[in-house]
Design a protein around this ligand. Sequence first.
Ligand code: AMP
Length: 114
Amino acid sequence: MTDCLFCKMVAGEIQPDVVYEDDEILAFRDVNPQAPVHILVIPKRHIATTNDLESEDAALVGNMVLAAKQIAVQEGIDERGYRTLINCNREAGQSVFHIHMHLLGGRAMGWPPG
Ligand code: AMP
């Protein structure tokens, strides 16, 4: 998608601070971090929201979680704990319509989330 911010990152038109990459996934630091560690894990293929996931995307979503787990080790937050979440649509706070898993850590998290 030519007008998608995260597709531009995948295409190399915008260079984020990449912490992980493989054939199907890119992960980079959030530009407006909400915790000492705040990383976005995205599929390279454009999928707008979790509502658009199909059953054949199961492995991709699982691999996003596994990538987040590996990045948590890299960032040294795996033992302390971290949070992964995907916002879907406006009421949940989704602002970029290319699915992304937030990986947050490095501080104690509150619950329920805002
Ligand atoms: P969400 O609100 O769940 O859609 O999350 C979108 C996230 O993308 C926000 O946390 C933004 O700070 C982040 N973001 C927006 N633009 C950029 C960018 N150019 N580089 C890195 N992160 C970004």
